[in-house]
Design a protein. Structure first.
Length: 319
């Protein structure tokens, strides 16, 4: 049977300082930036109207924006979407958003009428149109936060039931790291937070938890098999033993996600990008975050009884 990375003996735990510096350099700047500029939310969370139009010729974005402003639609956000002839219009002006309560197509009709006057009846074609009221957007944002907190809560309950509290705390902290790192990526790439993106974040949490359960389950088995071995050595052996499974699972999943990135279109691409990053950062945290945290927690709060293995590193025998 074909196997990769079989019988490796790398000392992963000794590299925890380098891992800590990497985490701080990646996550901390994003935490500093968020209070100043926030995240880029889709209309599903902010309320507003989003239209996708295909023009016969590539339009001047500044001219389109001026046309909508003259029609009383405020400072609409206009970006190219796919080809240069396709644009996306997001009207999130306060007065325009309030009109969503009366009907989702009200603002869309005003946008289309204003552009028909400027570019003619055959100047463009509407590809899609979405409208969300401000109250609905606020409710969706609240539900997304609740769903994320529930995912964390269920993760903590499951790990506390399956392992002892030291394993559970290390795994949950590692999962929190993965979530913060994913949010940092979203901030750096300015990815629009939509329901698709929220779903990808929840998927990253599930993948991260599963990867840590696999590693810690092997640690627990090795603890039972050899009680006299130092915990540091046991953790390193467990990570090396689960490494072939981690690499095979990650690469096959990455192959599917890369296909979505290049062939799935602009709508599904952010979902796939976040999942790709989630697989990488989940594997990273299982090896260089959760495992060193387990050793630190064991050192800080060692088990006192002999019934539980590895309460302390065995002392050397006297001469």
């Amino acid at each position: 049977m074909f196997r990769i990375l079989h019988n490796t003996s790398w000392d992963f735990v000794s590299q925890w300082k380098l891992a800590l510096v990497t985490v701080l350099l990646f996550v901390v700047p994003a935490i500093v930036l968020v209070p100043f500029s926030g995240f880029n939310y889709s209309i599903e969370f902010t309320g507003g109207t989003e239209m996708r139009l295909a023009f016969a010729e590539a339009p001047d974005v500044a001219e389109v924006r001026a046309t909508l402003a003259a029609a009383g639609l405020g400072e609409a956000e206009i970006t190219t979407f796919g080809a240069p002839t396709e644009i996306r219009i997001r009207a999130q002006d306060a007065a325009a958003v309030e009109q969503q309560v009366a009907g989702a197509t009200t603002v869309a009709q005003r946008i289309e009428e204003a552009l028909r006057v400027r570019y003619g009846a055959e100047g463009f074609q509407r590809l899609s149109s979405d409208g969300v009221g401000p109250r609905v957007g606020e409710e969706l944002r609240r539900n997304a936060i609740i769903a994320t907190l529930i995912a964390f809560g269920l993760t903590l309950v499951y790990l506390a039931w399956r392992f002892e509290w030291r394993f559970g705390v290390a795994a949950v902290l590692g999962t929190i790291h993965d979530s913060l790192a994913t949010l940092a990526l979203i901030k750096y790439l300015d990815i629009e937070i939509s329901l698709f993106v929220v779903g990808s974040i929840l998927t990253v949490i599930g993948y991260s938890m599963n990867d840590k359960v696999v590693v810690f389950d092997r640690v627990r088995e090795n603890l039972r098999r050899n009680r006299k071995q130092p915990l540091r050595q046991t953790v390193n052996e467990s990570v090396n033993e689960t490494l072939p499974r981690t690499v095979m699972t990650g690469t096959t999943t990455l192959a599917s996600l890369l296909a979505l990135v290049f062939l799935g279109g602009a709508v599904i691409r952010p979902f796939a990008l976040i999942l790709i990053f989630g697989i990488v950062v989940g594997t990273f945290s299982s090896i260089w975050v959760a495992a060193p945290l387990l050793l630190w927690i064991e050192k800080k709060w060692p088990r006192e009884t002999d019934a539980t293995p590895h309460s302390r590193v065995p002392a050397a025998p006297r001469a």
